[in-house]
Write a protein that binds this ligand. Structure first.
Ligand code: G4P
Length: 526
């Protein structure tokens, strides 16, 4: 197949949900359709020993949540699909945001009984910030669910996005009878097979006279009313609004029983596009451009303890990657070869010879890449837009228990900071024996501690600090000693030596600005 056709058949999307909404189950069903795995559930046992294909870190297994993203590729009906898994917890929304940067669309899984949960509101908001198409799968219809009207209303209000139900559920829980497919005006009935993990789907026309018997009088009448209401009052379906992230097509189904998954996948593939063009300061990069280009959206050390390596994940934005080819690392200002190019499937990695725009590849990183870096065919002068860093909201003072482990502590802390999982600050003029770590969500502290213990063999002491806001000092040649600050404001330095202030509240920021003429503060590092 030629490069153009290869790129054309790629679909790259992120999958996002609150923990337990069914992201792993839905992903597994997708992989089953693609033949990438043979048996659902084979990859996932009981909760205590839970280990899904996409969860590979020990801490994930222990807590049953994904804390890192991973990538899976599979083939389905001629498409080559890349699924980017995201951590299902708001404390990792920054990681999710970066992953979304590498995706062309997102699938959002919602538990039908819970709707948009408080814990993940922030995570989902991050999704709408990117303006990529968002497809919603309302899962677990085989269990008692909330009213579909309420669910849609909540999604619209919470996320500021319009919704368009592609199908409509008929009952829920033990009364779940299936869904009404709005495009085809047909019913897909749901019949449990005495086994909670499987159901049969049968298609019946809405005008079929036997339908009332199948659904029962009540559900049949409700369905007729619902259909009338939806067709009369609902939004028009508009593919353009879907593609620019203003309208989310919503599908109801049940991932566990495999009900509505394949129709969802098919509709989704029809509505999404092949890899999208990307913006750079030098203009738009066309994915079909012959020249290769990619950007780093994630760095992860020690994915495999035995290898002690560091992998930079890149999203290919244009052209074709070939093993051994020479590329320009734009930020590093030099030509390099991307070594050990690989594609991931949970724990297994495969060295690849070629990859195309839309694909994600992992390459060995000898410590030269940063998140947001561009690599491209030498001579192609481009630089992709950077990936913003979120301001940390929680701070801890951290030091190693055993001072003999200083080297490992510094290395581990630096590496984890380079991955973008934490931000590290020092006392003014201080060393690395004791640092201040800032994170976006407190679970990141647990991951940091766990990883230092397990990957670097360092035990640490952590002390919570009362700060929640951070500002970099932009004033050139600022004299820190003369700054007039509230007693609960702390002066620190980042790893690049720039000065910044940690505040406990907005009021202290206003105080600092009012009492120090000419002081310039910014929320982001430059
Ligand atoms: P997550 O990745 O979003 O965290 O969710 P995951 O797929 O792990 O699903 C969370 C739980 O919800 C699992 O149960 C899973 O079996 C169940 N589940 C997923 N989809 C459906 C569905 O459509 N209907 C019903 N009834 N349940 C669903 P578990 O008890 O945690 O694990 P397991 O013992 O089933 O493996």
């Amino acid at each position: 197949m030629d490069t153009r056709s290869e790129i054309n058949r790629r679909r790259t999307f992120a999958i996002i949900s609150h923990p337990d909404a069914g992201k792993t189950t839905l992903t597994e069903k997708f992989l089953l359709y693609g033949g990438a795995i043979q048996l659902a559930g084979a990859v996932k046992g009981k909760k205590s020993a839970r280990h899904a294909v996409s969860d590979w870190m020990e801490i994930e297994k222990q807590r049953g949540i994904s804390v890192t993203s991973s990538v899976m590729q599979f083939q389905y009906e001629g498409y080559c699909i890349n699924i980017l898994d995201t951590p299902g917890h708001q404390d990792f929304s920054e990681d999710t945001y970066r992953t979304l940067m590498a995706a062309d669309s997102a699938v959002m899984v919602i538990d039908a009984a819970k709707g948009v949960e408080a814990q993940t509101r922030k995570l989902f908001k991050v999704c709408t910030m990117r303006h990529i198409p968002i497809f919603t799968f309302v899962n677990k219809m085989d269990r008692d669910a909330r009213s579909p009207y309420d669910l849609l209303d909540e999604i619209e209000k919470e996320l500021g996005i319009q919704t368009y139900p592609m199908n409509w559920p008929i009952g829920s829980g033990i009364d779940f009878k299936g869904v009404y497919d709005r495009e085809h005006s047909s019913i897909i009935t749901f019949t449990g097979n005495g086994n909670a993990r499987e159901a049969t789907a049968t298609e019946v026309d809405l005008s079929d006279s036997s339908l009332e018997n199948t659904l029962g009088e009540n559900l049949y009448q409700t369905l007729r009313d619902d259909v009338e209401l939806l067709d009369g009052a609902g939004y028009e379906f508009d593919l353009e609004s879907v593609q620019n992230g203003r309208l989310s097509p919503v599908f109801f189904g049940s991932a566990l029983t495999n009900f509505g998954v394949e129709p969802f996948l098919e509709a989704f593939l029809k509505m999404t596009s092949s890899p999208l063009p990307r913006h750079t300061a030098e203009g738009t990069v066309d994915p079909f451009d012959n020249a290769f280009s990619a950007f780093v959206f994630k760095i992860q050390a020690n994915m495999n303890k035995a290898h002690r390596d560091r992998i930079a994940f890149m999203r290919i934005c244009s052209g074709k990657f070939e093993k051994g080819m020479e590329v320009q690392h734009v930020q590093g200002g030099r030509k390099i070869k991307l070594s050990q190019p690989q594609q991931m499937m949970a724990q297994s990695r495969e060295i690849i010879d070629e990859a195309y725009a839309g694909d994600i590849i992992g390459v060995f990183d000898p410590g030269i890449f940063s998140i947001g870096d561009t690599v491209c065919t030498p001579g192609k002068k481009i630089q992709f837009e950077g990936i913003p860093t979120f301001a940390p909201e929680f701070f801890c003072r951290v030091r190693q228990k055993d001072t003999m482990k200083r080297k490992q502590f510094v290395k581990g802390t630096e590496q984890i900071a380079q991955e973008g999982a934490i931000q590290v600050f020092r006392e003014i003029g201080g060393g690395m024996e004791e640092v201040i770590v800032g994170v976006v969500g407190t679970l990141q502290f647990d991951v940091f501690k766990y990883r230092l213990e397990n990957e670097y063999n360092v035990d640490i002491l952590m002390e919570n600090l009362p700060y929640s806001l951070i500002r970099w000092i932009d004033t050139p040649d600022v004299d820190l000693k003369t700054l007039n600050l509230t007693s609960d404001t702390k002066k620190v330095q980042d790893m690049r030596g720039r000065y910044l202030l940690l505040f406990s509240n907005e009021w202290s920021i206003s105080w600092a600005l009012e009492h120090n003429e000419g002081l310039e503060l910014s929320e982001f590092s430059r």
